[in-house]
Write a protein that binds this ligand. Structure first.
Ligand SMILES: [Mn+2]
Length: 320
């Protein structure tokens, strides 16, 4: 991949036309918001641009962008927030001309690219790019970028948030983004099924090691009973960490082939989730890791507690 400066990216976008914009698999707010904003800015510059019809789009992601999403490939393919070829939409094959990304792990799959791993979100890069291009940022585009930046930073709470992130958000507010309404919709409003799910997890959570370890379970039968979709269960793995004192949080789920899926989230200052999951044949990052073990949820709980005490030395008696 040829590494471009942001100015060269601006030149590239001005010099080409007929764009297909790619998002990543299991699309999040950053990739969707970036595709949305880039598509609108290119169109405002008189270019033809569409967002590739990623089969992983959720109904809400699709409905809001009905005028932008199109099946079928155009001449110039640009990927936003896509770190690797393996993350390209499942129904896509072909060459990617340009990639704009903030993952330090970017594999360089595109012909040319701009990767800035100091950016909290790909949307942060796009805002600077639009300024360099002299493109007007409409309220709709500003809200697409705000979606990108606020979701990748957990509404500016995560450690990846920098002064630049906040300045970018301030600029988007000045472009007309209704941030209070978006924050409510994105970070506060929950579906009824999500409320039911959280109530169930709260009721059935078990604590160990003097309250440092919190383990939740979500049997598939309960998930079906509550009408919980994968959308409703988004980011639920770390639910137990919301409880004061919990430093190691887990969610156990049963898989159809008599296996138990373990998702682990840890207080990274002290505990390494990937080391714990490695003992169970899994892996991940220091703060978030996973593993799949044979047996029921109860079997998964025993295996996990064994791995936790082996790695951390914490006692694993269940709290009264
Ligand atoms: Mn991102």
């Amino acid at each position: 991949m040829k590494h471009l400066t942001l100015n060269e990216v601006a030149e590239f976008l001005r010099g080409h036309d007929d764009y297909t914009i790619l998002t990543h698999r299991r699309p999040d707010g950053d990739t969707v918001g970036c595709a949305d904003a880039l598509c609108r800015v290119l169109r405002a510059l008189g270019k033809q641009a569409v967002i590739w019809d990623n089969p992983d789009f959720r109904p809400s992601q699709r409905q809001r962008r009905a005028d932008l999403i199109e099946a079928g490939m155009r001449a110039t393919v640009v990927a936003v927030d896509v770190a690797a070829e393996s993350m390209l939409p499942v129904n896509f094959s072909g060459a990617v001309a340009l990639c704009i990304d903030h993952h330090g792990s970017n594999t360089g799959y595109a012909g040319a690219g701009f990767v800035d791993s100091s950016a909290a979100a790909c949307g942060e890069i796009l805002y600077t790019l639009f300024l360099q291009m002299g493109a007007a940022v409409s309220r709709t585009t500003a809200e697409a970028l705000y979606l990108a930046i606020s979701t990748d930073t957990g509404c500016f709470r995560y450690a990846n948030t920098t002064p630049r992130t906040l300045r970018t958000a301030a600029a988007l507010m000045e472009c007309g983004a209704d941030t209070a309404a978006m924050n409510h919709r994105l970070f506060e409003v929950k579906t009824r099924a999500r409320f039911a799910l959280e109530a169930y997890l709260t009721e059935t959570m078990r604590l160990y090691g003097g309250g440092k370890i919190g383990i939740c379970q979500l049997p598939e039968a309960e998930k079906i009973r509550m009408g919980v979709t994968e959308d409703d269960a988004d980011s639920i793995a770390g639910f137990a960490r919301d409880l004061e004192g919990v430093e190691i949080a887990a969610l156990l789920r049963d898989l159809p082939d008599a296996q138990c899926k373990i998702s682990l989230r840890t207080e990274t200052q002290r505990w390494d989730a990937s080391a714990i999951c490695a003992r169970l044949g899994g892996g991940g990052h220091r703060g978030a890791a996973g593993a799949t073990v044979p047996g029921s949820i109860a079997d998964g709980r025993s295996a996990l507690l064994g791995a936790i005490t082996a790695v951390t030395g914490l006692p694993i008696e269940e709290d009264a």
